[in-house]
Design a protein around this ligand. Structure first.
Ligand code: ATP
Ligand code: AMO
Length: 442
């Protein structure tokens, strides 16, 4: 047996005197002469293996001292409560088995004593992920995805998988990755958008997918990836208001679960999580323009209806909202129809605005969504109005002719959700093996 416990599962109060088996990596060896410590690390934390020279078998001590850092070892020993040790206990070993030796020097420091550039860390990601801060990010990300799944299942959503190799662009044609598909051209999908909508016509009613999206964005920023993970939902007999309610509840659920279940990882990262208050504040697009034009003097050029809210204005407005409400999350609703994709529903009274929204974090956009145009003729008009060809959307449009219910949905970037939650400087830190303009490996 190579493991009876993870390091964090041992409780000094109740396990004192017990024999346990721990397996993991040699985080550190400290030989102080009369006493020698090995710090063994697994994904849950670190345990101190203590060998007092006089009381330890000479061979065992000798073997222990020869271990190289980051080698894989397994330790059988007795738990001893010890207030000065990490987690309040140490292990007095009876055997230490070297399972696989690590070469030295290491490509990168794992102890946190030497700061590495993000690029160095990503080049050596396998070992960077051994750092407790990196592990913490992905333990939290795992909880985020688990909570989202649980929340959506509880709300009657079913999980789906839609194709990633597609024939047509979803979100406009500029940022597609073309691939060769036998003798035809195909693309990596930018969003499950068209498929999740088609499933509404199939009567699935509420679907979700957590999966990759591919965007050939050329810019190199802290918040754009070329392969991202999108949390997509689509629901029938619902409008944008219903969709926003699900979204804000989902976000609060995720924050609540992470605060409760990932306390240790949050502590490692030094993050004091504030759970957003419900409901999120809603600002209509035109209200946002008014505020930017009249209350945010840093934006010198007056904005007019139809303008995109650029990065600088987005940031300043986020600060404005935060100062006013104390909240980081909010919605911008009622975007001009021409700034939103063809599938957004134009407003019945004012067709120049759409039943759409973005869900914002103080520092960036986290999600967009909308009620969808579910009437065939309206949808065809909108596709044409965007200068796109109706014929290339035939597979998508057909379901709209044979019983399509009203519906709506959203997409949330999972990495941005984790990045903003954990105040990470760069979205790449929330991806195991990020893909960007320059990075295709590891
Ligand atoms: P910013 O406004 O802060 O400069 P951005 O406009 O480039 O950023 P993001 O905030 O990074 O965009 O988030 C993605 C947004 O960019 C979406 O809401 C969408 O409007 C636009 N976008 C990104 N990819 C696509 C795409 N493939 N097709 C259409 N729109 C896209
Ligand atoms: P949108 O294009 O706004 O909407 O994407 C939804 C969310 O996905 C994330 N995202 C990204 N994250 C990192 N890098 C990228 N390059 C990137 N692109 C997008 C963002 C963004 O808010 N079909 C619609 C959703 C819908 O209406 O249901 C869509 O894709 O967090």
């Amino acid at each position: 047996n190579l493991r009876t416990h993870f390091v964090s599962e041992i409780n000094p109060a109740t396990d004192d005197g017990k024999t346990v088996v721990l397996s993991g990596w040699v985080h550190e060896i400290r030989d102080l002469g009369g006493i020698c410590f090995i710090v063994l690390r697994d994904r849950s934390g670190r345990a101190q293996i203590t060998m007092v020279k006089k009381k330890t078998d000479a061979q065992l001590l000798d073997d222990a001292k020869r271990q190289s850092r980051e080698s894989v070892i397994s330790v059988v020993g007795t738990v001893k409560a010890e207030a000065k040790a990490p987690n309040g206990y140490e292990i007095i070993p009876t055997t230490i088995t070297l399972i696989n030796e690590a070469a030295s020097p290491l490509p990168m420091d794992t102890t946190g004593k030497v700061d590495a550039e993000l690029d160095t860390r990503l080049d050596n990601r396998f070992i960077d992920l051994r750092r407790e801060e990196s592990t913490a990010v992905f333990l939290i990300r795992s909880q985020v995805q688990k909570s989202i799944r649980e929340f959506l299942y509880e709300n009657k959503f079913m999980e789906t998988c839609t194709p990633k190799i597609v024939a047509a662009a979803t979100e406009g044609g500029t940022d597609l990755f073309p691939i060769s598909y036998f003798d035809r051209e195909a693309f990596l999908n930018q969003s499950p958008q068209l498929f999740k909508q088609m499933l509404m016509s199939s009567g699935f009613d509420r679907v979700f997918e957590i999966g990759p999206i591919f965007r050939a964005e050329e810019h190199d920023t802290r918040k754009h990836l070329n392969e991202a993970t999108s949390i997509d939902i689509e629901m029938s007999f619902a409008d944008h208001e219903d969709v926003m309610e699900i979204l804000e509840e989902m976000i609060v659920r995720v924050y609540t679960d992470v605060a409760e279940k990932c306390a240790k990882s949050l502590e490692v990262l030094g993050v004091d999580l504030k759970i957003p208050a419900l409901p999120f504040k809603k600002y209509e697009y035109e209200e946002v323009l008014d505020i930017i034009n009249n209350e945010i003097p840093e934006i010198e050029t007056k904005m007019v209806f139809g303008d995109d809210i650029g990065t600088q204005a987005e940031h300043l407005f986020g600060e404005y909202v935060f100062n006013k409400t104390g909240e980081s999350h909010y919605f911008i609703t009622a975007w001009p129809t021409k700034t939103k994709p063809f599938y957004a529903m134009p407003n019945a009274e004012r067709p120049e605005i759409s039943n759409s929204f973005d869900m914002m974090h103080r520092t960036m956009e986290l999600s967009s969504g909308a009620q969808r145009a579910h009437l065939y003729d309206v949808l065809c008009d909108q596709i044409r109005a965007k200068g796109l060809n109706v014929d290339s959307f035939e597979f998508y449009l057909k379901p709209f002719q044979f019983g399509m219910p009203p519906h709506g949905g959203f997409g949330v970037g999972c990495e941005r959700l984790v990045m903003t939650m954990l105040e990470l400087d760069n979205v790449r830190e929330a991806v195991l093996f990020p893909r960007d303009r320059r990075r295709l490996s590891p």
